[in-house]
Structures are given as C-alpha cells and as structure tokens.
Ligand binder design. Structure first.
Ligand code: B16
Ligand code: MG
Length: 219
C-alpha cells in the first residue's frame, strides 16, 4: 500500500533550472568556458561539484580540487542571491495542488533533493509545511543515481520503499528511485524519464486522481 510520497525539488516542485543556468553562465563567461542550455540540462539533478566537473569535461579542462570548490562556491553565491526573487507564485503548475491534496488525505510527504539550498527554496515558496521530512544535499553523501536520498526519506517517514512513490524530473533521479525499490513518477520527456513507472509531461497533469488510477492496486 502506498503511504508516502517523496518529491525531488528542482524540476518537480519549482523550476530553478533557469536560475542555475544564469549563475553557471556568469561563471563560465568569466572563465571563458563554453556553456549553453544543452550542457545545463546535463546538470539536472546532479550535485554542485559533479556539475562543475561536467562543465569542465565539456571544455576539455581540469582543475585542482581547491579551485573546483572555490569556483563552485562562487557560482552558488550567485545562485543563492537570485533565490531572493523567488516567491509563492513560483511553484510549477500543479505542484502546490498535489501537495495540498496529499496533506488533506493524510499521506506522509518527504523532500528528496540533491540541492544544499533546498530549505531556502522551500522557504521562498512558503512550502515547508507540506513536508514531514526534508532530505537534501546535506542529508546523505552519495548523490543520485544512488538511492540514498530517497532511502533517507523513507526511513525518516518509517516506511518501506515499496510504500512510497518518488517524483523526479532527472534521468539519474528515476535511476535512483528504481535502484532503491521505489515506485516512480517521471516528470518530463520520454527520452529523459521514460523509464519511470508512470510519466507525465508536466506536474499539471500529475493529479492524485491520475496517480491513484494508475497505481490502483496500491491504494
Ligand atoms: P545546489 P534536485 C538539484 O536539485 C538540481 O537539479 C541540480 O541542477 C543542482 O546542481 C543540484 O540540485 C545541487 O544544487 O547547488 O543548490 O546544492 O533536482 O535534486 O532538487
Ligand atoms: Mg530535479
């Protein structure tokens, strides 16, 4: 039986990809690195340090660890400053409705994000109260596609993986959900999240009615 839901943040609850892009782009321009939307899309769901490594690989460059850390911090300062403009209108369409519905029906709800800024994003959205458990980039050391962040959420909710549905917009996030034995809902195109149990183009379609209809035997 499904008793809990675990949500990724960026790309599921809100769309910070554009803000991440602007911050990485400012750093890349300063460093004379090539960086575009296509490279940015490869950073979906992966950690800050892994992200900078992807950008460096794309530019056939490498840097020592201390410099990597320093540049990642610089990008993060820009990103965090840009979050100040985010507000409670910045949910992806359908996300707040689903979270409200889950609260009304008494399901357990956890966040399972790779971001170390998840708490700030939730505060900006005024979304903290929708979550019983917050799993973020500080909660576990192994990032997606390892299942650790979702296992953390399930354990804190005192649920088994097979009692939870994970919502993800990243290929590595769906991989992580599957590796942990969770049911999965992919948000986005087939090429990216087609391996999830159920897929929607956007959160606007991901209503509790649709989810219950698809996983009918589990409710
Ligand atoms: P930060 P998610 C991920 O969040 C983003 O999709 C990814 O682009 C970002 O690099 C990562 O968080 C780390 O974020 O730099 O804020 O710690 O999709 O797992 O909610
Ligand atoms: Mg995401």
């Amino acid at each position: 039986m499904i008793k809990g839901f675990i949500f990724d943040l960026d790309g599921v609850i809100t769309d910070t990809a554009e803000l991440h892009y602007k911050a990485w782009k400012a750093l890349a321009d300063e460093m004379n690195w090539d960086f575009d939307f296509e490279v940015n899309d490869k950073l979906r769901g992966i950690s800050r340090l892994d992200s900078i490594k992807v950008i460096l690989d794309h530019n056939n460059t490498s840097l020592d660890n201390a410099t990597l850390q320093q540049l990642a911090t610089k990008k993060n300062d820009l990103y965090v400053a840009s979050l100040d403009d985010m507000g409670s209108d910045d949910y992806l369409p359908g996300a707040r409705e689903l979270l409200t519905h889950l609260r009304t029906e008494g399901f357990n709800v956890a966040l399972g994000s790779a971001s170390k800024n998840a708490e700030k994003v939730l505060q900006q959205l005024n979304a903290t109260a929708y979550f019983d458990v917050i799993g973020d980039g500080h909660s576990v050391s192994k990032s997606k596609p390892a299942p650790d962040i979702f296992l953390f959420g399930a354990e804190k909710m005192k649920l088994q993986p097979e009692e939870c549905i994970v919502f993800e917009d990243a290929e590595s996030g769906v991989d992580a959900a599957k590796a942990g034995g969770f049911y999965s809902v992919g948000i986005g195109p087939k090429e990216r999240v087609g391996h999830a149990d159920l897929r929607f183009d956007s959160m606007a379609e991901a209503t509790l009615f649709e989810i219950k209809s698809y996983f009918a035997d589990l409710f």
